[in-house]
Design a protein around this ligand. Structure first.
Ligand code: NAP
Length: 250
């Protein structure tokens, strides 16, 4: 599959890694549709890439909103060849916060919010997009942005579980639909240098992390794009979880 001329649907393309993926896909000749929570980011995206990017406001953790927005996208004539499930929220919270004076146990509301944004969304969007691709007799590719936290990361119960679920779905779908020509893969980044990473982690934490990463630095969003392009272009790759982490999980 060649990126040039490809129609790619990207979730959460309004900022961070997703925004970078959109930019690079367009510069490599793809046409992109984006599902993004924030309406202003949608307006900014469509204005930044006129005729190349159409951005649709949509909460991908809301099944009905996903169905309605995907219908509008296909009604507009955009039939995706590939999907990148990137939207998600990074959340850290211990199972029991022993320093808290109030409710010490992990918030159930936060659990549900993270599972909805990071796992339900992947299921909601992929099921509908793949169904549509089948109806159009396409052999599509689905890439989901997971995380090395899927291996189990202390202080990230919900996030780790959601990303482990994303990896399981990737392998399940690769086995289920490979015979029809569909390919599924996930990218598991370590620490990527995005505004959300910088605002979530203090400078001293970033310094400490860097000393633990074999390559001694955070990853660039470009490293995630290179992995995505490799997955798109390599027709014999499916069910793979590509770690982009500077060697952190070795
Ligand atoms: P980010 O800068 O916060 O970007 C996430 C984007 O997704 C935002 O544009 C956000 O919109 C959108 N989004 C969130 N929930 C959504 C929803 N329910 N519906 C539609 N759009 C939604 O985060 P990032 O660092 O680029 O992370 C992108 C992906 O990479 C995530 O899946 C994350 O788990 C994964 N990841 C990141 C890192 C890292 O180091 N940055 C490492 C491992 C994995 P709003 O801004 O409007 O909320």
């Amino acid at each position: 599959m060649n990126v040039t001329g490809l129609r790619v649907l990207v979730t959460g393309g309004g900022s961070g890694i997703g925004r970078y993926l959109v930019e690079r896909l367009v510069s490599d000749g793809a046409e992109v549709a984006v599902l993004e929570l924030d309406q202003e980011k949608c307006v900014a995206l469509s204005a930044a890439f006129p005729g190349k990017v159409q951005a649709w406001p949509c909460d991908v953790s809301d099944a009905e909103a996903v169905d309605a927005t995907l219908q509008s996208i296909t009604d507009s004539g955009f039939e995706p060849d590939a999907l990148i499930n990137n939207a998600g929220i990074i959340h850290s919270e211990p199972l029991v916060n022993m320093l808290s004076r109030g409710d010490r146990a992990h918030s159930r509301t936060n659990w549900q919010r993270v599972m909805a944004a990071d796992l339900d969304s992947v299921f909601f969007v992929t099921s509908r997009v793949v169904d549509r691709m089948m109806a159009k007799r396409k052999k599509g590719v689905v890439i989901s942005i997971s995380s090395i936290s899927a291996n189990g990361n202390p202080g990230q119960s919900a996030y780790s579980a959601a990303k482990a679920g994303v990896n399981a779905l990737t392998k399940t779908w690769a086995k289920e639909l490979g015979a029809l020509g569909f390919r599924f893969a996930a990218i598991a980044p370590g620490f990527i240098d995005t505004p959300s990473t910088r605002s979530a982690l203090s400078d001293s934490t970033i310094e400490r992390l860097q000393s633990q990463i074999p390559l001694r630095k955070l990853g660039d969003p470009e490293s995630v794009y290179f992995a995505a392009r490799h997955i798109l272009e390599n027709d014999y790759l499916t069910g793979t979880i590509v770690e982009v982490d500077g060697g952190l999980v070795l």
